[in-house]
Ligand binder design. Structure first.
Ligand SMILES: *Cc1c(COP(=O)(O)O)cnc(C)c1O
Length: 450
């Protein structure tokens, strides 16, 4: 088997291996790396997952991408170490389940990718004897997951930018209590400002001497590990070869692209529901075929999804034969009919998000936080136009309710339990820098640190 190559969605950069795609983050032509061709799992390989623990499924999926790059025994160890927490699949009713991706070290699904990426980065940098700075913009959960995963990894410095007024207190604490090789910077601005500053830094020739990389969902290293939990859910809930429905709360669409990757690798999928908040650029695009990014992005209760222009749409459009550049300009339309057949997308208001948390608790005695509530309402919207029948379905819960204690308490009347791992972090002293949303200042900050 020859080494798998990754191409840029903008089509102007040379194809690279997983190693280069991961370390570079974004392609030189500003496109996003994507596999030239998806490796396939056979029906038998997928059927075997039913008997395997999560880390072993992760190994078998990721090994399809790391051939010739990471030896199998090393990859198996990385998977075992990264995925040592549970992935509860809680029954809602009949064959509909809630998949809780909130049991990792920072209690959001971002841990799944960050834990694996940190191990891959650590390994590649050790092999090359190189140093690297990970620059990442976060609307809350990425920063914490990345900071924890890369904490004390030799050769890596981490700089996290977050919008000061748009993250919850516990989200902030989870990323600002680490020290050593991790720095957090609170920006007086919106998430989009943070993301724009990071993007400019990557493109800035004055910073070319600094080896920068990103751990945002523009990095393909985020997407591949995020395909594994879709295989896992199907292995536990679907009969052999039976198509399954996923409702995914979506912001930059990295999580949802994990489901697409799983499907492209051979997982039978009935529908992927991309549930968004008031930032409804994608459902409008799916309905009309015309793409208008939302600028500035709209604030919603599900703050990790306040994204006006989801970066992964370029990859989604590519899967359907189209081309979209980093600004959202479409030079070739994707096959919209096929997209509408495979996908459903809906926008859920804050009022319906709150109602989702409340109704879900009252009906099923299961506690959601705002992002999971968006996924739930999105599922109901889909189910109102297309019957589920006897098919299995999974609502993806992406964070622990304890990350949004105020919002949850307002709805159900009591504060959610705080998991052990979070309690420890919440007690440590915070330490972060503060800055205007001013690129010149940020640039000087970076130059002073290298
Ligand atoms: C990041 C995040 C999302 C959105 O994920 P994308 O991959 O950006 O679509 C949803 N929920 C939570 C809790 C998150 O942290």
């Amino acid at each position: 088997m020859s080494t798998l190559l990754f191409r840029s969605t903008n089509g102007q950069s040379p194809a690279v291996t997983l190693r280069e795609a991961l370390l570079e983050g974004q392609a030189p032509d500003r496109g996003l790396y994507f596999p030239e061709k998806f490796p396939k799992l056979t029906c038998d390989e997928i059927a075997a997952f039913a008997q395997l623990p999560y880390h072993e499924i992760a190994f078998r999926v990721l090994a399809k991408y790391t051939d010739g790059i990471i030896p199998n025994d090393a990859l198996a160890t990385m998977c075992r170490e990264a995925y040592n927490f549970s992935i509860p699949l809680e029954k809602i009713y009949d064959r509909v389940h809630l998949m809780r991706l909130d049991q990792g070290p920072t209690a959001s699904f971002k841990d799944f990718a960050a834990q694996m990426m940190a191990r891959m980065f650590g390994r590649f940098l050790r092999e090359d004897g190189k140093q690297l700075t990970i620059l990442t913009a976060t609307s809350g959960d990425t920063g914490a997951a990345v900071a924890h995963a890369f904490h004390k990894i030799p050769g890596v410095q981490v700089i996290v930018l977050f919008p000061i007024a748009e993250v919850s207190e516990s989200q902030r604490k989870l990323m600002t209590v680490l020290k050593d090789n991790v720095r957090t910077v609170a920006i007086d601005g919106k998430f989009d400002d943070c993301q724009a500053m990071v993007k400019r830094a990557f493109a800035d020739p004055d910073l070319a001497h600094i080896a920068l990389s990103s751990a945002n969902s523009i990095n393909i290293g985020r997407l591949l590990p995020q395909s594994v939990y879709y295989f896992y859910a199907a292995s536990r809930l679907a009969k052999d070869g039976e198509p399954i429905v996923f409702s995914v709360p979506s912001g930059n669409f990295g999580d949802m692209m994990g489901a697409i990757v799983a499907r492209e690798m051979g997982l039978p999928v009935k529908k992927i529901i991309a549930s968004v908040n008031d930032n409804d650029a994608f459902p409008k695009f799916l309905a009309t075929g015309s793409y208008q990014k939302i600028c500035p992005s709209r604030n919603s209760l599900s703050n990790a999804m306040n994204v006006g222009h989801p970066s992964n749409l370029a990859r989604l459009v590519a899967v359907y034969g189209g081309q979209m550049d980093e600004t959202g300009k479409i030079s070739r339309q994707p096959d919209l009919a096929a997209m509408r057949r495979d996908l459903f997308s809906t926008s859920v208001s804050d009022a319906r998000t709150v109602a989702g948390v409340r109704d879900f608790w009252n009906k099923f005695q299961l506690l959601l936080e705002p992002h999971g509530a968006v996924a739930w309402q999105g599922f109901l919207d889909w189910n109102a136009v297309e019957p589920l029948g006897d098919a299995p379905a999974v609502i993806v819960e992406t964070a622990n309710p304890a990350k949004f204690p105020e919002e949850v308490e307002k709805v159900v009347g009591w504060p959610p339990d705080v998991p052990e791992n979070m309690l420890a972090a919440l007690k440590l002293p915070e330490d972060f820098d503060r800055m205007d949303a001013d690129y010149a200042k940020f640039k000087n900050y970076l130059l002073a640190r290298h």
